[in-house]
Design a protein around this ligand. Structure first.
Ligand code: SAH
Length: 368
């Protein structure tokens, strides 16, 4: 157990980010307005500016008296994230943003516009404590948890970029949010749940994005999955499995030494029974490590009667890694074996590769 405690602890005590509207529940927002001597309805106006119009500059809010704006700015809208740089590819349809937080810590988010949807992939922690050897973020360890305000700010910024026509040729609506950037979301539980509520609450309290369009991806922290199930929110759960056998998974996803493959899948089954939501099994295809036909067979047997969908991710090799992506023929055979078991499979595209914005490559702290 002591090992687990270590993983969840933040290395250093730091000055916390200033409190923001997005850190609070709608009730707390109103209570805070009253505390500041403002009528409660001001909280709704502020939330509308932020979540509906994606504006974070109270000086431009003409429905708030000019004399009140500095107070509102200080207590509800402190600047939490500052853009350091953006890089794009795919004709501007994929963009990676690098953000600096109040204490100089850096995180990244990636916006991807597809034909039928636009997704933002956000960071929930600076760095990550899970130490998966194939993931760039895992190499540097955990710097600190992000606050709900800091996570939400990445999403609001993405929604604004879409709305302003910065992603692709014309304006679009941000439709999906995936917790697949830096960090392990279930190791930063409360801020992540507050953020999920900010995403799914209808206006004025949140962005009004459907819960089903939100994906929380985890290494398999079983108590976190169980807690998430009890929230009764229909977000999609993704399990980063990467191999069906405990022996290899102990290496690829070290937290497996605490929660084994079967325990993780049972927690995910319970989640899907309770929410009616099919879950995703994420599987990074690593050449000659986890891509053998016998492993596909084992995975097929493990998943055939489960409400799970497999997402194969061609490995994005991280700098200095001895591992590389699977051969195309091995990948195709892997898919075929799973399909023969009646398991649905997709192979994820490698959007953002050339800007180091693809899965597992977000390692901002190292690059700056
Ligand atoms: N901590 C969460 C979110 C991490 S990133 C989790 O582990 O689920 C989202 C996905 O990208 C995870 O499935 C992760 O294992 C995968 N990933 C990490 N590094 C990768 C790499 N180099 N190539 C392909 N996928 C990778």
């Amino acid at each position: 157990m002591s090992e687990i405690k270590l993983v969840f602890e933040e290395p250093k005590q730091r000055k916390k980010a200033p409190q923001h509207l997005a850190d609070l529940t709608p009730e707390e927002r109103r209570a805070k307005a009253i505390e500041l001597g403002l009528p409660a309805f001001r909280a709704n106006q502020i939330a509308t500016h932020y979540f509906t119009h994606f504006s974070d500059d109270p000086e431009t809010w003409t429905d708030i008296p000019a004399t009140m704006r500095p107070l509102v700015a200080e207590h509800f809208m402190p600047k939490l994230i500052t853009l350091v740089k953006s890089v794009d590819c795919d004709n501007g349809k994929t963009r990676k943003d690098l953000w600096k937080l109040h204490d100089g810590v850096m995180v990244e988010s990636v916006i991807m516009r597809y034909k039928d949807r636009t997704t933002v992939c956000i960071s929930s922690q600076a760095g990550c404590g899970m130490n998966c050897p194939f993931c760039a973020t895992g190499q540097a360890g955990l710097t600190r948890n992000l606050t709900a305000g800091e996570i939400t700010a990445q999403i609001v910024a993405a929604a604004k970029a879409c709305n302003d026509g910065e992603i692709g040729e014309d304006p679009t609506r941000l439709s999906n949010v995936v917790f697949m950037g830096m960090g392990e979301p279930l190791a930063n539980y409360n801020p992540v749940i507050r953020t999920v509520r900010n995403i799914i609450s209808p206006n004025p309290d949140g962005l009004g994005i459907g819960a089903r369009s939100v994906t929380v991806s985890t290494v398999g922290l079983v108590p976190g999955i169980e807690k998430l199930m009890k929230e009764d929110i229909q977000v999609t759960l993704a399990i980063s499995l990467h191999t069906p056998d405990d022996e290899l998974r102990d290496t690829l996803v070290p937290i497996n030494s605490r929660w084994k493959v079967k325990e993780v899948l049972m927690a995910a089954d319970a989640y899907s029974d309770n929410t009616g939501r099919r879950y995703s099994v994420e599987y990074a295809m690593i050449r000659d490590i986890n891509d053998q036909a016998w492993r596909a067979d084992l995975l097929g047997r493990l998943l055939k009667n489960r409400d799970a969908h497999v997402n194969l991710i061609p490995l994005n090799p991280t700098p200095g890694s001895k591992w590389t992506a699977s051969r195309k023929k091995d990948e195709m055979e892997f898919v075929k074996i799973l399909e023969d078991y009646g398991v649905t499979v997709t192979v994820r595209d490698t959007r953002g590769r050339e800007i180091d914005g693809a899965c597992g490559q977000l390692a901002a702290a190292e690059k700056v």
